[in-house]
Design a protein around this ligand. Structure first.
Ligand SMILES: [Zn+2]
Ligand SMILES: [Zn+2]
Length: 337
């Protein structure tokens, strides 16, 4: 098969790889589309500890089952599927409660094993999710990032009032789409790229502010009102956004950290204590978020048109270069083998 292989930092090559065969319990899926995640770009830049070349990246996948060694799975060749890309140990308390994303032994497709940027993919059949016919072509690859957004926004399901999302990349936008369905009275976005800000406004944010605007903090505070934001979602994860999150959140409000831009950030812990700010991390998604994301994509509950672009998998190197261009207009790219 052909595969887009990460061979060295900033380098992807279109190579021949051996065809995968299903082991016991596995399926082989013909990849129809695979979307590029921010973490793939991070890995391609050479910044990811877990992604070591040579490696086939990609964990946001839509495809068709071609071969199975899993008689009890309920799937047959020809089934249209998306792939839950995390593999837990199946024995620990997290795996047993459907939270294999927290398993200490978890593995990820496109990191610990070959991923979806290839013509074929080997995956345990229990990681397959059937895609209903209503799902638009290629949108099955967006189930995974939407599940991330559903998890993030869902952590704030009890909060009422204004919410702000820091960073309108694909995860920030998925969080925005999910938050919009949750009844926040006001939704604002902080984003440096004007194209992404425009998309956020189209998808339902009422205010988009650039961090380059010298008045951005004041403008965000004016919008929330004197109390501050009930929920702040940080989809960027850099020191300035994390520190800004604490300034914007109201007392007893919730800050959700999902961005992984930097490892360490000094935070004003006195402020956290005195104002009883709650901080939650949000990582990946559990299996119920994943199924809910399948349902939402199928019922077109979220707007996935207009901000998704497509490219040939063989042109992956150019796509990754476009994605790191700070003035670029690509947000989410679906690659097709
Ligand atoms: Zn991802
Ligand atoms: Zn486990």
């Amino acid at each position: 098969m052909k595969a887009l292989v990460y061979t060295a930092p900033r380098q992807l090559e279109w190579q021949d790889w051996p065809n995968p065969r299903p082991g016991p319990g596995d399926a082989v899926v013909r990849v129809k589309s695979a979307a590029v995640c921010g973490s793939d770009v991070h890995g391609w830049l050479g910044h990811s500890r877990g992604r070591k070349p040579p490696l086939i990246l990609g964990h946001e996948i839509e495809g068709e089952v071609v071969e199975l060694d899993a008689p009890q799975s309920g799937f047959a060749p020809g089934a249209r599927v998306t792939v839950y890309p995390l593999l837990g140990c199946d024995r620990c308390a997290y795996c047993e409660s459907g939270r294999d994303y927290l398993c200490a032994q978890r593995k990820l497709l496109g990191m610990h094993m070959p991923g979806g940027f290839a013509e074929l993919l080997q995956v345990p059949a229990k990681n397959l999710y059937a895609l209903p016919a209503e799902v638009e072509p290629a949108h099955g690859a967006l189930v995974e990032p939407l599940a991330c957004g559903l998890h993030m926004a869902g952590l704030a399901a009890q909060e009422r009032g204004a919410a702000v999302i820091l960073g309108a990349g694909s995860i920030g936008l998925m969080c925005l789409l999910a938050a919009r369905q949750m009844g926040f009275a006001k939704l604002a976005v902080l984003e440096v790229n004007p194209h992404r800000s425009a998309v956020a406004l189209k998808l339902g944010a009422e205010l988009a502010v650039s961090p380059r605007d010298p008045d951005h903090v004041q403008r965000l505070q004016d919008y929330s009102g004197a109390d501050g934001y009930a929920a702040v979602f940080d989809a960027a994860g850099f020191t300035p956004t994390r520190q800004l999150a604490l300034r914007l959140v109201r007392s007893a409000g919730l800050v959700v950290f999902a961005g992984l831009g930097e490892q360490e950030t000094p935070l004003d812990c006195v402020e956290i204590v005195r104002r009883e700010i709650r901080i939650a991390g949000s990582f990946a998604y559990n299996r119920s978020h994943f199924q809910k994301a399948v349902d939402w994509v199928a019922s077109r509950r979220v707007d996935l048109s207009g901000w998704i672009s497509e490219a040939k998998l063989a042109d992956g190197q150019q796509v990754f270069e476009d994605l790191i261009d700070p003035a670029g207009t690509r947000i989410k790219v679906i690659l097709r083998p």
